[in-house]
Design a binder for this molecule. Sequence first.
Ligand SMILES: CC(C)(COP(=O)(O)OP(=O)(O)OC[C@H]1O[C@@H](n2cnc3c(N)ncnc32)[C@H](O)[C@@H]1OP(=O)(O)O)[C@@H](O)C(=O)NCCC(=O)NCCS
Length: 167
Amino acid sequence: MDTENLRIRKPVADDGVVIHQLIQSCPPLDVNSTYLYLLQCTHFAETCVVAELNGKVAAFLSGYIKPGNSSTFFLWQVAVGESLRGKGMARRLLDAVLEREACHDVCFLETTITPDNQASWALFRSFARDRQAELTDQVLFSTAELGGQHEPEVLVRIGPFQNKPFA
Ligand SMILES: CC(C)(COP(=O)(O)OP(=O)(O)OC[C@H]1O[C@@H](n2cnc3c(N)ncnc32)[C@H](O)[C@@H]1OP(=O)(O)O)[C@@H](O)C(=O)NCCC(=O)NCCS
């Protein structure tokens, strides 16, 4: 990866349309509306990350601090453009968001994964391994709860882990 031309930063409203297109190109992610991505790029910018390669958005991670629980970062979606995969980009985005002041109190990571998303399971197992943290899983939303046309969403919880010092 040409890291000289790589910029990891908070998203801004101008990224919303391109992020929407990136998510469309990254199955099996659920594609939300452009409006939703605009909210993430603005209201939730402190807990979302964009990777810009040669001036173009190439990867995106969204998440938030779980309401009422400042020790838990909930990762909503992470998408890495196909040509960039397998090079540590998703891990970089995750480390980058957790280093921010907004994640000062975070020592647990939660996300949901569908059972057959091998790349996603590998990503979070890799994170748990490197942070020497326990990983537990249980179904959060069943197929029936998701309307019958969707794989179950399994809640993965990782932690507690030591978060890095903040800049
Ligand atoms: C899941 C996804 C974000 C991973 O991004 P990535 O940048 O390729 O992941 P990384 O290179 O940071 O890899 C992190 C770890 O996962 C492993 N991994 C990544 N993709 C893998 C795959 N397809 N099969 C097996 N292991 C994989 C890597 O080997 C690495 O493990 P390691 O630390 O033991 O070497 C990417 O495949 C993607 O965008 N998929 C489509 C969208 C999606 O499913 N998102 C996740 C659900 S929100």
